[in-house]
Ligand binder design. Structure first.
Ligand code: PLP
Length: 491
């Protein structure tokens, strides 16, 4: 593709994207294809000869787009949102053009410096404790995902624990190594039974044990200080070494919020336990001051992570991880062969983000964040959060208005409503009826919802955070869910 061909194709792709968003509400939200559909449409070998862009674009339109699920659609009510926005798309375009994998400051100083600046802006806007700002001993770094943030901090926590809580008790290198080897198999990470599976997966990757602490409906499924104390004591009685704990600000199934203040008190005697806040989805609401009370107690935590790529107008990937002590990450993750060193790195005056993450190379993700922050401003971002929360509250109210058909499983939070369909016939359980309704909704492909189980209750989760969501579309979604539910209650 020569520059003029690119110019034509790129202009056409912008028209395509604008038209896509203009028609998004009319498109079927879930792809209407069978597993393996694409293999039948594409050749079994890669092209040997160069092809014309028009043919490629045509096949993209005929074969790829029909296999897409439209996450930005107002009818996409599943999982959590995965926002994008026009300034974010422009950020990706420029980032792809420069393709500057700035693992070190010297690779492209603007890539590193912009990242530090926008993450500081975000931390201040969210009201995060000052320990997470880059002018303290901590700072922020963009990771690919909230799961990556948990693995990265867990590896740093493991390293810190083995050094400070184990090796420091011995004087010779041989003794230190033997003690570390003995301790490795006893390390245990905690999270609540509502926490996203990312912490369990991180424990598998880090080669440590994982314990899910039981939560209870009377406590709104929050992880409490007393539950943490009990879990630590039980682990120690079993000869295990607690070193990491994830607390959630908004769990995946029901948006439960753990008791940060109580957890801080419960772990006061255990300074070597790394405490991480997973605010992957709900943390976006913190850009509005009325939600910042949720941060009380977070000053006792070692790290905090929020995905802008869920609800904050930046497309995947943009997971914003903050640590209290950047040294903890660097100590665990810095490996510096001569080819990765430079005089400016050795001067200590710059950040080399390769030492704050698992991969070496990294994308210019700060650019799309900067574009979004400048285009929307804090006010525009707050408007987006408040508007989508209002749409979520509107849906919850509609569900609550029909308590003859629906029962709310947990209080609606952060725009998420979790409910069951109430049976009208004896012999039918709410679990089996709710499953029938959820399956039919997704089979008919008018809406896309997710089901989840809360304490044995099979529930439908509905949430929208799309900039394209409207109250009207949500009212229509409710009417459709009501119709399906009423029909399934009769059959
Ligand atoms: N934490 C919570 C609370 C989530 O809801 C999710 C995903 O929905 C994750 C972590 C994992 O996010 P990611 O896909 O960025 O790893």
């Amino acid at each position: 593709m020569d520059p003029e061909e690119y110019r034509r194709a790129a202009y056409a792709s912008v028209d395509y994207i604008v038209d896509y968003f203009k028609t998004i509400a009319e498109r079927q939200v879930v792809a209407d294809v069978e597993p393996g559909y694409l293999r039948q449409l594409l050749p079994s070998e890669m092209p040997q000869e160069p092809e014309r862009w028009d043919d490629i674009q045509n096949d993209f339109d005929r074969h790829i787009v029909p296999g897409l699920t439209h996450w930005q659609s107002p009818n996409f009510l599943a999982w959590f949102p995965a926002n994008t926005s026009f300034p974010s798309i422009l950020g990706e375009l420029y980032s792809a053009a420069f393709s500057a994998p700035a693992f070190n400051w010297i690779c492209s100083p603007a890539v590193t410096e912009l990242e530090t600046i926008v993450l500081d802006w975000l931390a201040k806007q969210m009201g995060l404790p000052s320990q997470f700002l880059s002018d303290s001993e901590g700072g922020g770094v963009i990771q690919g995902s909230a799961s990556e943030a948990v693995v990265t901090t867990m590896v740093a926590a493991r390293d810190r624990y083995l050094r400070d809580a184990i090796a420091s008790k011995y004087s010779t290198e041989e003794e230190k190594e033997a003690a570390i080897a003995a301790a490795r198999g006893k390390l245990v990470a905690f999270a609540s039974d509502q926490t996203h599976s990312a912490t369990h997966k991180a424990a598998l990757i880090a080669g440590v044990k994982f314990v899910a602490i039981k939560t209870h409906p009377e406590e709104d499924y929050a992880l409490t200080g007393s539950a943490v104390t009990k879990a630590i004591q039980e682990a120690e009685e079993n000869g295990l070494l607690p070193f990491y704990l994830t607390a959630s600000l908004g769990t995946t199934a029901i948006c439960a919020v753990d008791k940060f203040i109580e957890i801080g008190v419960a772990t006061k005697e255990y300074p070597h336990i790394w405490k991480h806040v997973d605010a992957a989805y709900s943390g976006a609401a913190l850009v509005c001051p009325e939600f910042q009370h949720y941060l009380a107690g977070v000053e006792d935590f070692d790290s905090f992570d929020m995905n802008m790529h869920k609800w904050l107008l930046v497309n995947f990937d943009a997971s914003c991880l903050y640590v209290r002590k950047r040294k903890d990450l660097i100590d665990a993750l810095s490996v510096a062969p001569p080819y990765l060193r430079s005089s400016v790195s050795d001067s200590g005056l710059v950040i080399d983000y390769r030492d704050w993450q698992i991969p070496l190379g990294r994308r210019f993700r700060a650019l799309k964040i900067w574009f979004v922050m400048r285009t929307y401003g804090a006010k525009g971002m707050q408007e987006h959060i408040r508007k989508t929360l209002g749409i979520g509250a509107h849906f919850a109210k509609l569900i609550q208005s029909r308590h003859d058909v629906f029962s709310i499983a947990t209080p609606p939070r952060f725009g998420l409503t979790v409910f069951q369909v109430v049976p009208s016939k004896s012999g039918e359980t709410a679990n089996s009826l709710t499953k029938k309704v959820a399956d039919r909704i997704n089979d008919e492909k008018v809406l896309f919802v997710t089901a989840s189980t809360v304490d044995g209750l099979f529930c439908i989760r509905v949430v929208t955070g799309s900039p394209w969501a409207t109250e009207k579309a949500m009212t229509e979604a409710f009417e459709y869910i009501l119709k399906v539910s009423e029909e399934e209650r009769q059959t």
